[in-house]
Design a protein around this ligand. Structure first.
Ligand SMILES: [Ca+2]
Ligand SMILES: [Ca+2]
Length: 241
């Protein structure tokens, strides 16, 4: 009898917590809604029953909503893509590009499998992209506060030393751009290519099995920390850290 009561209270408390956190961030318009593609074979991924979505659990210590983006990618070439209409097929001068960053568990860091991408035009014709920038947390991750579980990959904001690197093109890199004392890795790309325009930005998740993410910023002025339809507005690098 008393055991069942505890269970009912737990459910009610859970519902209250969910209701409070679900409205913590402003709702975004449709262009800013986070789009999730699971095993899109037009992108070269195989249909292997991958799963992806926002769940309740131990999330980034940077927010207190207990919500994170979870993926379970099927073995055999599955993948999950994240983007928004505001992060895709737009023209942003490289020097104005801010807030391409993500948090993830250190177990989710996986070179060449879980990463962000920025496709850029460098020849003045924005109908074509000449280079693909790989923003891989394996090449840029720093602990979130004192956390031993969550790390942050901040390609536009991190500066202070050279521990954040962008690789240009794959499988044969044509250049790399690293952070330094005064500029972020992305700022150093923009300095090297002042004419560059950023066209497409998205996240690729292809590590098979379990991966966990939070505070996803696609370089389009929003950061998703709770679900796909609410977001923090990124007016500065510091406002989406
Ligand atoms: Ca969260
Ligand atoms: Ca071009």
């Amino acid at each position: 009898m008393s055991k069942r009561l505890v269970a009912v209270l737990a459910v009610l408390l859970g519902a209250l917590v969910f209701a409070a956190t679900a409205s913590a961030e402003p709702k975004v318009d449709s262009s800013q809604r986070l789009r999730v593609q699971i095993d899109p074979n037009q992108s070269g991924c195989n249909s292997v029953d991958s799963l992806a979505g926002w769940v309740t659990g131990q999330d980034s210590p940077s927010d207190s909503n207990q919500r994170l983006f979870h993926t379970n990618v099927g073995t055999g070439g599955g993948c999950v893509l994240l983007f928004s209409n505001a992060s895709f097929n737009r023209h942003v001068a490289a020097g104005n590009q801010k807030n391409i960053s993500i948090q993830l568990t250190s177990a989710s860091v996986s070179l060449g499998l879980n990463y962000m991408v920025a496709e850029v035009s460098t020849d003045g014709n924005n109908a074509t992209t000449e280079h693909t920038l790989f923003l891989d947390p394996a090449d840029c991750n720093h602990p979130v506060g004192s956390s031993t579980t969550w790390v942050r990959a901040d390609f536009t904001g991190f500066k202070g030393d050279n521990t954040c690197t962008i690789v240009q093109d794959s499988p044969t890199p044509t250049a790399t751009y690293s952070s330094d004392a005064t500029h972020s890795a992305f700022q150093n790309f923009a300095i090297a290519h002042p004419e560059a325009v950023v066209i497409h930005k998205y996240v690729v998740i292809a590590k098979s099995g379990d991966s966990r993410f939070d505070r996803i910023a696609l370089g389009a002025g929003k950061m998703y920390d709770n679900d796909s339809s609410h977001a923090v507005s990124c007016t500065t690098e510091a406002s989406c850290s």
